[in-house]
Structures are given as structure tokens and as C-alpha cells.
Design a protein around this ligand. Structure first.
Ligand code: UDP
Ligand code: MG
Length: 215
């Protein structure tokens, strides 16, 4: 990692065998970044990919100083890859977490950031129309409802890791010693002002999307 500036916002993206979407992903991120007027770093984490993902990350970081790469020693899984990204993020105000398979539209980053600036420490995305098959959708649906029934603090229903956290929330998460990490639950546990915004995978802005909860 070779930082030449202090970013206000970090965007953390774990990647496992994402060579097919890599160029599309960075192209969409770059277009989005061009519309912002503050400093942003993009932290790409290669989670021990077996394809060309790591060399694509290396190449991108060498040609664009906004990009930072973390290459994990082997496949550690999505949650640990995210944790590595959070631990190395320098965003002074906030950190955005998103998937690298284009299921989380990069164009929405500014909408999360605007909500953060309204005073929320956590702005999490709530998926509206999952593209997964019916069995996976039923599994997710049941899982989130079961989880809600057994935990003693609220974990938002239908939300993934896609979302933004303030610097103080990220610092808390990085300090937590849990070995088996479940970020969306830990994020919810930390507290502060949290809000969910609903999105669809095909959205390119949040304009017509709804605020779904406010605790
Ligand atoms: N991912 C990762 N390590 C893994 C599996 C996935 O870093 O072992 C990344 C993957 O490249 C993607 C994100 O984590 O950017 C979410 O993974 P996936 O799309 O498989 O999860 P789902 O969409 O099913 O929740
Ligand atoms: Mg996915």
C-alpha cells in the first residue's frame, strides 16, 4: 500500500475470482469518482483468487494512485477480506463497503455519503429485487427472519454488507477481537445512528428509493 494523499472516503471491495467483471467494475467506479469533488481511495482486496484478479489489481494500482491493493496469502473468505480492507482503510470521514461482482452499483456511493453527512454513522443498503434464484431468495428470507427472532438486538432484515460506516464505527469494528466475523451483525451491534436505504441492483441513483428504517 502506497498512499500519496489523505482520502475522506475509502471504498473497500473484496474480490475472489472476479477477473471477468474487473474492468467493468473499475470503469464504473472511475466514472463515479469523476463526479465527486472530494478525495476517495479505492481499496481492492484479492482474497486468494485463482484467476487473474490479483494481477489486474496490481496493474490498476500502478496506473492510478487512488487505488490501493491488498493481496491476501490465500482464500480467507469474504468476511476476513473485508476486515483486512477495513483495517487498512485511511478514509478520514467514512468507509464504504461493496461487493466486486457488480451486484452493488458503484454509482450509489454518493447517495450513501450524502446520508452520512446528514448525521448517520451507518447507512446500510436494503436489497429490493434480488436476482438470485427462487431457492436462494427463500433461504435468505428465512435466514434473516430466523436471525431476528433469536438475537437480542436488531439486525436489519435483507441487508448485506453493502453500506457506509463512519470512521468511528470502523475503528470500533477493527478493534473487536471476534475470530469468526459477521460484519453486518457487528455493525448493527456497535450502535450510533443507523439508517437503511432500499436499492435495486439495476439502480444507478438513489433518487426514487425509499428510506426503510430509522433507529
Ligand atoms: N468474495 C471474497 N472471498 C470469498 C468469496 C467471495 O472476497 O471467498 C468476494 C466476491 O468476489 C464478491 C463478494 O465477496 O465481491 C461477495 O461474494 P459473492 O458474490 O459470492 O456473495 P453473495 O453475492 O452470494 O452474497
Ligand atoms: Mg454476489
Amino acid at each position: 500500500m502506497n498512499h500519496q494523499f489523505t482520502p475522506e472516503l475509502s471504498i473497500i471491495i473484496p474480490l475472489y475470482n472476479e477477473e471477468k467483471v474487473f474492468r467493468k467494475l473499475t470503469e464504473r467506479i472511475d466514472n463515479m469518482l469523476n463526479t465527486l469533488n472530494f478525495e476517495v481511495e479505492v481499496v481492492l482486496i484479492d482474497d486468494g483468487s485463482l484467476d487473474q484478479t490479483a494481477s489486474l489489481i496490481r496493474e490498476k494500482c500502478l496506473s492510478d494512485s487512488k487505488y490501493q491493493g491488498i493481496l491476501l496469502s490465500r482464500n480467507h473468505g469474504h468476511q476476513l477480506a473485508l476486515t483486512a480492507g477495513l483495517a487498512h482503510s485511511l478514509g478520514s470521514k467514512a468507509v464504504m463497503v461493496m461487493d466486486g461482482d457488480l451486484q452493488d452499483p458503484p454509482e450509489l456511493v454518493i447517495d450513501f455519503y450524502n446520508k452520512f453527512k446528514e448525521g448517520y454513522d451507518v447507512v446500510y443498503a436494503v436489497r429490493r429485487n434480488r436476482k438470485e434464484n427462487i431457492f436462494k431468495r427463500i433461504a435468505y428470507w428465512s435466514y434473516y427472519r430466523l436471525q431476528k427472532s433469536v438475537s437480542n438486538f436488531a439486525i436489519p432484515i435483507d441487508s448485506g454488507d453493502f453500506g457506509l460506516m463512519s470512521r468511528r464505527v470502523v475503528d470500533q469494528l477493527v478493534k473487536m477481537p471476534e475470530q469468526s466475523r459477521y460484519l453486518r451483525g457487528m455493525r448493527s451491534w456497535v450502535g450510533y445512528k443507523q439508517i437503511g436505504i432500499e436499492y435495486s441492483e439495476t439502480a444507478d441513483r438513489m433518487e426514487n428509493l425509499t428510506i426503510v428504517s430509522n433507529n
